[in-house]
Design a protein around this ligand. Structure first.
Ligand SMILES: *[C@@H]1O[C@H](CO)[C@@H](O)[C@H](O)[C@H]1NC(C)=O
Ligand SMILES: *[C@@H]1O[C@H](CO)[C@@H](O)[C@H](O)[C@H]1NC(C)=O
Ligand SMILES: *[C@@H]1O[C@H](CO)[C@@H](O)[C@H](O)[C@H]1NC(C)=O
Ligand SMILES: *[C@@H]1O[C@H](CO)[C@@H](O)[C@H](O)[C@H]1NC(C)=O
Ligand SMILES: *[C@@H]1O[C@H](CO)[C@@H](O)[C@H](O)[C@H]1NC(C)=O
Length: 730
C-alpha cells in the first residue's frame, strides 16, 4: 500500500484527509483508535465459546480475588482476569498510594491542565499495581447540597463537570488504564438509592445529566458504570437507555459495568445494554450467591431467551477497551491485594505525586472573604492560635477497624467517606503541622483540639494576634452512618459544635480567620460577625492538606480556587433536597445550582464561580466574532493584573440564549485559568463556542439544535460578578 511507505504522522494526516478511520485516538494519540481495537477484539472473541465470552462479562464475587472487582480469566484463547478498583481520587484498599484531592476540589481548581495531570498520576498508580480499570471519575451532580457523594464528582454545573470528566479520563487512559464514567445516571443522593426513581424529562436529561457522559464518550472513555437508582421507574442497570442514550445516541464503544450489586436481572439487564456484572455475585449479603450473568447468562442463550450476538457484543466491548488502552502489551501483574492489604511487599507507586497533590490542594482553596487584607499572613503576625479538632490529625484516621473507609470525623477532614476514598493514606499533613512548619520558630503558636470547651477556646484565641478557627462537615456513602448521617447529611450546619466554636473564637479575637473543610455547602450563621476577617474554603484537599493551606495563608500561592457549587444563605433557597421520596421528580429541570438562583432572583451567600485573589484583575473590552457558516463564535478579551502580586484568574464565560429557547438566564459555557504577573501585565483570553456549546436539546426533532436569535455572552469572575457582556445573532 502506498501509505505504508510514508511516515506515521503523515499517514494520520492522510487518513484524516481521506475521511478514513485512523489507527489512533483523536483524544489520546498514544492509544489505539476504537476501530483498530475492535478489529483485534473481534478476531479474539471470534475464537471463543459462549462460556468463555460469558466468563469475561462476570465478576468472580466480592472479596474473593485481589481487587474489588475481578472478571474470570480465560484460557485458549487467553484473556486475563481484569482487575477493577476504586476510587475516583486514588486507590482504595492499597498501601503506598497517594490520597489526592477529591473530585470536587479538582473542579474548584478550574484548571484543565492540573485536572489532566491529576488523571495522569492516578493512572500511573493504578497501572503500577496492575489495575486494569479505575472506578472513576464520578460525575453525578450536587443537585441538593446534602447529597452524600457529591464531593466525589465535580459540583453542580454540567459544563464544568463535562470538562473535568473529560480531562480526568484522558489523563487516566494515557497511562493505559481504563477509566470508568460513573454513575449512569442521576445517582445524585444516597437516601433510598436502591429504591428511588429519578424522574427526568428528556431535555433536562440531555442538557444536564447526560452532558458529562457525552463529553466522556468524546474523550474515549473505556467503561461506564450504571447506577443503583431507577430512571422513570426502571432500574438503571436494566434500563434500555443504556443502549438508546449511551450506545446508539452517543456512540459509546466501550462496555457498561454494573455498580456493585446494582444488577437486578439476567435477560432484562442484557437486553437493556449491560455488558458486565460486578462484583459478580447477586447478593451483597452473600459472597457465594450466584450471579445474574455467569451460568445464568449461558442458560438464557441456550434456552433461546437471549440472542448469542448480545453476549458476543459484550465480550467485544470489553476486549475493545482492553486493546484500546494497549493492555495486551507489558501490562504489570496485579499485585494489589484488597482484602488482605498489608504494607509488606506492597508496590510503592507514590513517586513524587504528593507534590502535585500539594499544588492541586493549594490551587483549589477558595478564599471566600478577606476583609482588611488580613490574608496573606505576614511577619508581623507574631502569634497565632489554631483552634478546633479539624486542625489536627488523629490516630483514628488510620484505624481501619474503627474508621473503615473514612467513616468517622474525629479530626481534620481530607475526604468524605465510603468506597470513594483512599483507605490507607501514607500520611496526612494536618493544618496545625503545615502552618507551624511554615510559620517558623519566631511565631508563637497556641492550639486546642477541644471543640466543646468554649471558655478555653476563647482564652487561647485572645492570647494571639490572629486566631484561626477550624470546622468541618462530612458526608459519604450510605453503607456507613456517621453521627446519624446515613451518607447524605441530615443538615447543612457544621459538625462537632463548629458553629458555637466559630462564634466563641470570633467573640474573643478581632482578627479571626475561619477555615472550613467540607464535602459541600454549609450554613454560616456567623458570617457577618465583625471580627471574622476571612473565610477560607479548602474543601477536601487530600493528604497534603496542611501544606496546601499554609501555602495559601502565607501567600506562597496566591489563591485561585473557585466555588464549583453555590453556597446559599438559607437551606430553603436551594432547588432540591435529598428526600426520602421514592419518586424523585427533577422538577427544577434545567435550573440546577446557580441557574435556580438566577431564575428566581435569590441572592446566594457565595455564588458559583466565586473566589478571591490577593491581587486584582481588570477585564478589557469583550470582542465577539461570528462564523455563521461554521456555527462557531469566537470571543476574546484582555485581562490585566492590576495588583501587586502574581496570580491566576479564572475567566468564566456564561451564555444567555435567545428568550424563545427556554434556557435559564445564563449558563456556563467556557472558562480559562490564566496566570498573569503583577505590574499591569496582561493576557489575551480566547474562547471558542462550537455547536456543542451553542445548542439546546430539541425534543421534537430529538437532536441538538442551535436556536436562532440574539445571544449574549457574559464574561466574569463568578456567576454573580459579570464584568463584560456582548451580543451576537445567529
Ligand atoms: C472477606 O472474607 C474474609 C474471609 O471470609 C472475611 O474474614 C472478611 O471479613 C471479608 N472482608 C470483607 C471486606 O468482606
Ligand atoms: C509502604 O507503606 C508502609 C505503611 O505506610 C510503610 O511502612 C512503608 O515504608 C511503605 N513502603 C515504601 C517503600 O515506602
Ligand atoms: C422519562 O420520562 C420522561 C417523561 O415522560 C421522558 O421525557 C424521558 O425521555 C424519559 N427518560 C428516559 C431515559 O426514558
Ligand atoms: C440463576 O439465578 C437465580 C435467581 O434469579 C438463582 O436462584 C440461580 O441459582 C441462578 N442459577 C445459576 C446456575 O447461577
Ligand atoms: C447537624 O449534623 C451534625 C452532624 O451530625 C451535628 O453535629 C449537628 O449538631 C447537626 N445540627 C443540628 C442543628 O442539628
Amino acid at each position: 500500500m502506498l501509505i505504508s511507505s510514508i511516515s506515521k504522522a503523515s499517514t494520520l494526516l492522510l487518513l484524516v484527509l481521506l475521511g478514513a478511520s485512523s489507527s489512533v485516538d483523536a483524544a489520546n494519540p498514544k492509544l489505539r483508535s476504537w476501530e483498530e481495537a475492535q478489529t483485534l477484539a473481534k478476531e479474539l472473541v471470534g475464537k471463543m465459546t459462549l462460556e468463555q465470552k460469558v466468563k469475561m462479562t462476570t465478576g468472580t464475587g466480592f472479596n474473593r480475588s485481589k481487587c474489588v472487582g475481578n472478571t474470570y480469566p480465560i484460557t485458549n484463547p487467553d484473556f486475563p482476569s481484569l482487575c477493577l478498583q476504586d476510587a475516583p481520587l486514588g486507590m482504595r484498599f492499597a498501601y503506598n498510594v497517594t490520597a489526592g484531592v477529591s473530585g470536587v476540589n479538582a473542579a474548584a481548581s478550574f484548571d484543565k491542565k492540573a485536572i489532566l495531570e491529576r488523571g495522569e498520576y492516578m493512572g500511573k498508580e493504578f497501572r503500577g499495581k496492575g489495575v486494569h480499570i479505575q472506578l472513576g471519575p464520578a460525575m453525578n451532580f450536587m443537585r441538593s447540597p446534602e447529597g452524600g457523594r457529591g464531593w466525589e464528582s465535580f459540583g453542580e454545573d454540567p459544563y464544568l463537570t463535562g470538562v473535568a470528566s473529560a480531562e480526568t479520563i484522558i489523563g487516566i487512559q494515557s497511562q493505559g488504564v481504563i477509566a470508568t464514567a460513573k454513575h449512569f445516571i442521576a445517582n445524585d443522593q444516597e437516601k433510598n438509592r436502591h429504591e428511588e426513581s429519578s424522574n427526568i424529562d428528556d431535555r433536562t436529561m440531555h442538557e444536564v445529566y447526560l452532558w458529562p457522559f457525552a463529553r466522556s464518550v468524546e474523550a474515549g472513555v473505556g467503561s461506564v458504570m450504571c447506577s443503583y437508582n431507577k430512571i422513570n421507574g426502571t432500574s438503571a442497570c436494566e434500563n434500555d437507555m443504556m443502549t438508546r442514550l449511551l450506545k446508539d445516541e452517543l456512540g459509546f464503544n466501550g462496555f457498561i459495568q454494573s455498580d456493585w450489586w446494582a444488577a437486578v436481572s439476567t435477560i432484562g439487564s442484557a437486553e437493556g445494554g449491560l455488558d458486565m456484572v460486578m462484583p459478580g455475585n447477586m447478593l451483597e449479603s452473600d459472597d457465594f450467591s450466584p450471579s445474574y450473568f455467569g451460568p445464568n447468562l449461558t442458560l438464557a442463550v441456550k434456552a433461546g431467551k437471549l440472542d448469542e450476538s448480545r453476549v458476543t457484543d459484550m465480550a467485544i466491548r470489553i476486549t475493545s477497551a482492553y486493546f484500546k488502552m494497549g493492555q495486551d502489551k507489558n501490562f504489570p501483574e496485579t499485585t494489589l491485594d484488597s482484602f488482605n492489604a498489608t504494607p509488606k511487599g506492597s508496590v510503592d507507586v507514590e513517586s513524587d505525586h504528593g507534590k502535585l497533590v500539594r499544588e492541586m490542594g493549594a490551587a483549589s482553596v477558595v478564599l471566600l472573604s478577606n476583609k482588611d487584607n488580613i490574608l496573606p499572613l505576614t511577619k508581623s503576625d507574631k502569634s497565632i492560635s489554631i483552634i478546633g479538632s479539624d486542625a489536627f490529625s488523629d490516630p483514628l484516621l488510620f484505624d481501619r477497624k474503627k474508621c473503615g473507609d473514612f467513616g468517622c470525623d474525629p479530626a481534620t477532614l481530607i475526604q468524605g467517606w465510603g468506597s470513594g476514598t483512599v483507605s490507607y493514606p501514607s500520611y496526612i499533613v494536618a493544618p496545625l503541622e503545615g502552618i507551624t512548619a511554615r510559620a517558623g520558630k519566631n511565631v508563637k503558636i497556641q492550639s486546642t483540639k477541644d471543640n466543646y470547651d468554649l471558655e478555653n477556646a476563647k482564652k487561647i484565641a485572645k492570647a494571639s494576634d490572629v486566631a484561626i478557627v477550624f470546622a468541618n462537615a462530612d458526608g459519604g456513602e450510605e453503607y456507613i452512618s456517621v453521627d446519624g448521617n446515613v451518607g447524605d447529611r441530615n443538615n447543612l450546619t457544621l459538625w462537632n459544635n463548629g458553629d458555637s466554636l466559630v462564634q466563641a473564637v470570633a467573640d474573643a479575637n478581632k482578627n479571626t480567620i475561619v477555615v472550613i473543610h467540607s464535602i459541600g455547602a454549609v450554613l454560616m450563621p456567623w458570617v457577618n460577625h465583625p471580627n471574622i476577617k476571612a473565610i477560607v474554603w479548602p474543601g477536601l484537599p487530600g493528604q497534603e492538606s496542611g501544606n496546601s493551606l499554609a501555602d495559601v495563608l502565607y501567600g506562597d500561592v496566591n489563591p485561585s480556587g473557585r466555588l464549583p457549587y453555590t453556597i446559599a444563605k438559607n437551606l430553603e433557597d436551594y432547588p432540591a433536597k435529598a428526600t426520602a421520596d421514592l419518586e424523585i421528580d427533577y422538577s427544577e429541570k434545567l435550573n440546577v445550582g446557580y441557574r435556580w438562583f438566577d431564575t428566581n432572583n435569590i441572592d446566594p451567600l457565595f455564588a458559583f464561580g466565586h473566589g478571591l485573589s490577593y491581587t486584582k484583575f481588570d477585564y478589557g473590552k469583550l470582542s465577539v466574532k461570528v462564523q455563521s457558516k461554521k456555527n462557531v463564535v469566537n470571543a476574546q478579551l484582555k485581562v490585566q493584573n492590576t495588583g501587586h502580586v502574581d496570580g491566576a484568574e479564572v475567566i468564566q464565560l456564561y451564555l444567555s440564549f435567545p428568550k424563545a429557547a427556554g434556557e435559564p438566564p445564563k449558563i456556563l459555557r467556557g472558562f480559562e485559568k490564566v496566570f498573569i504577573k503583577a505590574g499591569h501585565q496582561s493576557k489575551t483570553v480566547k474562547f471558542e463556542l462550537t455547536k456543542t456549546e451553542l445548542s439546546i436539546w430539541d425534543v421534537a426533532s430529538q437532536s441538538w439544535t442551535i436556536p436562532r436569535g440574539q445571544f449574549q455572552i457574559h464574561v466574569g469572575a463568578s456567576s454573580r460578578d459579570i464584568r463584560q457582556s456582548a451580543t451576537f445573532t445567529l
